[in-house]
Design a protein around this ligand. Structure first.
Ligand code: GLC
Length: 414
């Protein structure tokens, strides 16, 4: 099959999935109109934060009205202090059942109490550039800026520029083995759920007070993936703000985050980035996909990008598997390429991380690597359908089906 025919087929399949997973209506609380795409009808019926940002970006190729509506619905979750939740429970029919199956901390019966990586600035920028809709930008920007201010004010208590997460699902890479040391080294999903329940029990008396949660120091991670997306978002905000003083401020803040990533998280011996754990900032030594994520930030020094790309991404012992990019380096003892059954982000390849990395490789001038990952991504999605993740050795699809953010396959740069 020609590459053009494959691209056309993926485009049509993306349209089918984003149509099938479209949800709209009026909420039974406060009568708010919603219009979003659920990640997957069976496993994930609600509106998830970074998923919706990815859906909006894919929708820029298919339906600009829906791309804007998706982000508008998401921004309706904003709280007066600027916080944006990682889930909005618009869909009420499935609420009870999913709450029984999943371990979640809630702010209200309609909103979760956690964050997810702040892809929102980049998503607003992409939708604005595709639509040229100034009214949309004017409406969205204040809420996005307030969220970035919230992150700075509530999640950076040591003032080093890096924000902290306080529970694993705030990173979007929930069960990554890089958190194992903090969660009693889970051997399977049941172990992990037990450890997370124990963490939430410790948090329960503290309410949703971020300062107290961080002071408890039970799960505080200055996460490289989250902070790379944070820096990238600040660079988006600098481009979106027409006020020059605001733009300069965001550029300086983004640089500060990037400098802190390099100074505190970069291991020059191994040539990769490692998360900082706890108030004393111990390095998490596990080599996972987040070790490569600073590639997505503009301005990362070439001597570092070369190490990330040549020593790790191109290395068949770590990340250069037939269907890249595995979520954990293949030579880690915890690497598990098999169907995760809930114990996710421990080996399989995901289309959202491939999307981030192919755009980054393209921007930093590594065209061969960008093309290799993009082609393998298209091949596995075309062969196996739009699944949640894929076996990096065989390309076999795993976990949820008709998974909405896998439609990012139509937005790869090459
Ligand atoms: C899983 C993923 C998370 C995603 C959610 C909904 O929990 O780890 O990143 O947002 O599913 O798709």
């Amino acid at each position: 099959m020609s590459d053009d025919a494959r691209r056309a087929r993926l485009h049509e399949e993306a349209r089918r999935i984003l149509t099938a997973n479209h949800r709209h209506g009026v909420s039974p609380w406060e009568g708010r109109a919603y219009d979003y795409t659920c990640p997957s009808p069976h496993s994930y019926p609600f509106q998830w934060f970074w998923d919706s940002c990815f859906h909006a970006i894919a929708l820029t190729h298919l339906d600009l009205r829906r791309a804007k509506a998706e982000l508008r619905s998401l921004l309706q979750g904003a709280q007066p202090d600027g916080f944006l939740p990682h889930i909005i429970f618009w869909e009420r029919d499935r609420y009870r059942q999913v709450m029984e199956e999943q371990t979640l901390r809630l702010a209200t019966p309609y909103l979760s109490a956690s964050i997810q990586p702040p892809v929102i600035a980049q998503a607003v920028e992409r939708v604005y550039r595709a639509s040229g809709d100034e009214a949309f930008l004017a409406e969205a920007l204040p809420t996005v800026r307030a969220f970035f201010a919230w992150l700075r004010d509530h999640r950076d208590p040591d003032g080093d520029g890096l924000i902290a997460i306080v529970q694993p699902d705030e990173s979007g890479v929930d069960a990554s083995p890089k958190y194992d040391a903090l969660l009693d080294y889970p051997r399977d999903n049941d172990d992990l759920v037990r450890a997370i329940n124990a963490l939430y029990a410790r948090y329960a008396p503290l309410g949703n007070d971020d300062a107290r949660l961080i002071a408890e120091d039970a799960f505080v991670v200055e996460d490289v993936l989250v902070n790379s997306i944070y820096a990238q978002g600040l660079q988006s905000l600098a481009r979106l703000c027409s006020d020059p003083a605001q733009a300069i401020g965001y550029r300086a803040q983004a640089q500060r985050v990037l400098d802190a990533l390099v100074e505190k998280c970069y291991d020059p011996q191994r040539g990769l980035f490692l998360d900082l754990i706890g108030a004393d900032e111990r390095r998490a030594e596990v080599n996972t996909i987040s070790a490569l994520f600073p590639l997505i930030v503009e301005g990362l020094d070439r001597s570092i990008t070369d190490r990330l790309v040549h020593d790790h991404l191109d290395n068949p012992a770590e990340y250069a598997l037939p269907y890249p990019v595995p979520s954990v380096a293949a030579d880690e003892p915890t690497f598990n390429p098999e169907d995760p059954h809930g114990f996710i982000w421990r080996g399989p390849s995901w289309v959202n991380s491939n999307w981030f990395l192919t755009h980054a490789l393209h921007a930093h001038g590594y065209p061969a690597q960008a093309a290799r990952i993009a082609q393998a991504t298209r091949a596995m999605v075309d062969a196996q359908g739009f699944r949640e993740c894929y076996n990096p050795h065989t390309g076999e699809g795993q976990n949820a089906r008709d998974f909405s953010w896998t439609t990012l396959v139509i937005d790869l740069p090459v």
